[in-house]
Write a protein that binds this ligand. Structure first.
Ligand SMILES: NC(=O)c1ccc[n+]([C@@H]2O[C@H](COP(=O)([O-])OP(=O)(O)OC[C@H]3O[C@@H](n4cnc5c(N)ncnc54)[C@H](O)[C@@H]3O)[C@@H](O)[C@H]2O)c1
Ligand SMILES: O=C(O)C(=O)C[C@@H](O)[C@H](O)[C@H](O)COP(=O)(O)O
Ligand SMILES: [Zn+2]
Length: 359
């Protein structure tokens, strides 16, 4: 049953469907005419992918199943090249459709395959992680990583639909669920403080349980925040940068950890850093900084980081997409729900904010 439909305005408008038991919705989104469907999925989703393939075949489509490596190992040029080969051999046309089934790593890859093949074919996202539902599958950013950094090669390519079946979260490992909550909480800090109150009400207990109505409300609220921002600024000319809260340091940490850290864990650390930076710049109250550590801490997310990597992280942050020339630019808060930018901060300010992560 569909519990919420969140509209997104983009180069073509689409909806994010949120509910339970939504397998038929994916077939509906692929369309009523028979199509070839490249079904990109992660290894833990093999059974679900087989079931979805049956539903798609019953609807008259020809399915090309494509299991890709797990996690960030999928977001590589080698995997992309392999998928292009499959599409070429199948004579995949502009009428055909890519489906991304899995976490953000799978939907980022599927989105970029769809964006690049024949200069753009349709993609339907079926996110199966919390992070994928509230963030990665929504908004049309698609990318792979390179040896130099995170998401450095990619495109904006909006999906035809996003189908968030909350039932799929039942099998998600708790650490991945918590990592998804980092992006949910991010939406609370930048736009919707009610998200923070819902998490704080029972010290994160309901948020950490995929079966609760509170979690369903958190998903809807986070999707609404993202849809609202993306609808206003699809190509990140301004306001969309706020969705990057915490990501300048987070992406540098992910690179430094050889992409073995969960994205959401890195974002948690990155948000504490950004909050400390705003405090050091005299823009955020110490109580709001403390709230970052409290909320993230109650969800079991990391809020500290090793101190011996600063030079490496600083260099990696220089390749952040928000950087202009050699000027680092950070998303910071002037209060909860009041995001802004800090351009070219003094290196000492950066260093002092980083030092607080030792605690
Ligand atoms: N495009 C965007 O706007 C955007 C936004 C946020 C994050 N991202 C990207 O998303 C990625 C992170 O996504 P993620 O946190 O979903 O990680 P992920 O895709 O690596 O998934 C995490 C793990 O959960 C497994 N999994 C997925 N669904 C499952 C299920 N239902 N049951 C059991 N296991 C399941 C996966 O196989 C993987 O092992 C990063 O690459 C990040 O850069 C993109
Ligand atoms: O959608 C956006 O815009 C975001 O910044 C959302 C982020 O959570 C996400 O991790 C995104 O992929 C980061 O984008 P990037 O442009 O910094 O690679
Ligand atoms: Zn993110």
């Amino acid at each position: 049953m569909i519990e919420a439909r969140v509209p997104v305005r983009a180069e073509h408008d689409y909806e994010v469907l949120i509910g339970r038991g939504l397998e038929a919705e994916t077939a509906r989104a692929v369309g009523s005419e028979p199509r070839r469907v490249l079904l990109v999925h992660q290894p833990p989703l093999a059974e679900r992918a087989a079931r979805l393939a049956d539903v798609l075949r019953d609807a008259g489509h020809e399915v090309l199943p494509a299991e890709v490596p797990d996690g960030e190992a999928a977001k590589t040029a080698a995997v992309l090249t392999d998928l292009w080969g499959r599409l070429g051999r199948a004579a995949f046309t502009r009428q055909d459709v890519v489906v991304g089934l899995g976490g953000g790593a799978a939907t980022d890859l599927a989105g970029f395959v769809a964006a690049s093949w024949l200069r753009g074919v349709a993609v339907v996202h079926v996110p199966t992680t919390l992070l994928g539902m509230v963030d990665a599958a929504v908004g049309g950013k698609a990318a792979i990583n390179t040896a130099e950094g995170k998401n450095l090669v990619g495109a904006f390519h909006s999906p035809r639909a996003v189908v968030c079946d909350l039932d799929t979260l039942a099998t998600l490992p708790p650490q991945d669920h918590a990592a998804g909550l980092a992006e949910v909480v991010k939406c609370g800090f930048i736009a919707d403080p009610r998200i923070l109150e819902l998490v704080e009400a029972d010290a994160g207990t309901a948020a950490l349980d995929p079966s609760t109505p509170v979690l369903a409300e958190l998903v809807r609220r986070a999707v609404e925040v993202k849809a609202d921002v993306v609808s206003a600024d699809l190509r990140e000319a301004g306001r969309r940068e706020f969705l990057n809260y915490g990501h300048t340091l987070a992406h540098a940490i992910e690179l430094s950890e050889d992409f073995r850290w969960r994205h959401g864990d890195a974002v948690a650390v990155g948000m504490v850093f950004a909050a400390e930076l705003a405090r050091a710049a005299g823009r955020l109250d110490p109580a709001d900084v403390a709230r970052h550590r409290e909320v993230l801490g109650m969800l079991g997310l990391p809020t500290t980081y090793r101190q011996d990597r600063w030079a490496e992280l600083l260099e990696a942050m220089g390749r952040d997409k928000k950087t202009r020339g050699s000027t680092l630019r950070f998303v910071v808060l002037d209060g909860i729900g009041r995001p802004g930018r800090l351009e070219g901060p003094d290196p000492e300010l950066l260093r002092s904010a980083y030092a607080t992560l030792a605690r």
